[in-house]
Design a protein around this ligand. Structure first.
Ligand code: SER
Length: 315
């Protein structure tokens, strides 16, 4: 039986991915962990443990005692939060990945999943249809940690045969949890404000185009990659992944038919420079070729789904 450990399970991605893993593998196969005891309430359907990923011995004991076979390591400090405390972000993002990779080696785990991001790209990267292989030069500590992490993943695959798999997520948009500290998070907050009947103050300029993805597509991509035969996974750093690109003005316009009185103002802050350093759109041909990736949701379909479901969603 697989025993799947999810680290950072209460985050934006983890909240939904952990549920899908439980549906696919059975709840008894999933162990959700997070830093906060308060996260326990979210995981009444599977085993939950409080775990600080920086607690190397605690993590090792859990992997050993529970006979873990796969780790999904989702805990990270995101781009905007990372800029406020760069050393902490570097320390947490890198040390935790290295702990996990070392444990994968020691306990011969079947698979490891670790998310990368469009933040690996930087101002010198081609902005339109950014290719899989190109200049990166990220200029946020989050992006630097993701780029270095990609190198370590590939290194552990090549040197130690660890089956580590990874995706460069665009901005992820879901309504089942609140986001924490990302530059793309305005595209989550905007729906909450529209539904609350409040004006939205956007921290990016109206024409800032960024690659984005609706959470069900991100979950599908993650599970498809993890279920793909080992030999199909040809990229062991991290795959480019795309679904849609839009600007703040375009997402606002997708909401207007549902909330015609909704208003939005633009007050760009330090996150504008982060967004400006990232691609407008992504070429994900390798993911499409290697494991048949294809997204389901456009901006209009996502907006419709969120505005229909979020008002009744119980946090
Ligand atoms: N969504 C992330 C962020 O904005 C990028 O991976 O930080």
């Amino acid at each position: 039986m697989e025993k799947i450990l999810v680290i950072g399970a209460a985050g934006q991605l983890g909240s939904e991915l952990t549920k899908s893993l439980s549906v696919n593998f059975g709840s008894e196969s999933v162990i959700a962990t997070d830093l906060q005891e308060s996260a326990r309430a979210k995981f009444d359907y599977c085993h939950f443990e409080v775990l600080d990923v920086m607690n190397k011995e605690g993590l090792r004991n859990l992997v050993k005692n529970e006979k873990v076979t796969q780790i999904y390591h989702l805990a990270a400090v995101l781009s905007a939060t990372g800029e406020k405390n760069p050393m902490f972000a570097w320390h947490l993002n890198m040390e935790s990945l290295l702990h996990v990779l070392e444990l994968a080696k020691e306990f011969k785990l079947d698979k490891v999943y670790w998310p990368s991001s469009i933040a690996v790209f930087g101002p010198n990267t081609p902005k339109i249809n950014t290719p899989q292989y190109c200049v990166k030069e990220p200029n946020t500590v989050y992006g630097i940690s993701k780029q270095a992490g990609e190198r370590w993943c590939e290194y552990y695959f090549q040197k130690f045969n660890i089956d580590v798999r990874s995706l460069r997520y665009p901005g992820l948009i879901g309504y089942k949890s609140l986001p924490g500290g990302g530059t793309t998070d305005y595209a989550v907050d905007i729906y909450h404000k529209a539904i609350a009947g409040e004006k939205f103050d956007c921290f990016l300029k109206s024409d800032t185009s960024l690659p984005m993805m609706y959470m069900p597509d991100a979950i599908k991509a993650t599970l498809d990659l993890m279920n793909a035969p080992r030999e199909s996974v040809k990229i062991r750093s991290s795959y480019n992944l795309a679904a849609m690109s839009f600007t703040p003005k375009e997402i606002y316009e997708s909401i207007l038919p549902y909330y015609p009185k909704f208003e939005m103002e633009y007050h760009p802050d330090f996150r504008q420079a982060i967004a400006d350093s990232w691609p407008d759109s992504i070429d994900d041909q390798c993911a499409r070729n290697d494991w048949n990736w294809k997204p389901d949701f456009s901006l209009e379909e996502m907006t419709k789904d969120i505005l229909e479901n979020l008002p009744n969603y119980k946090f």
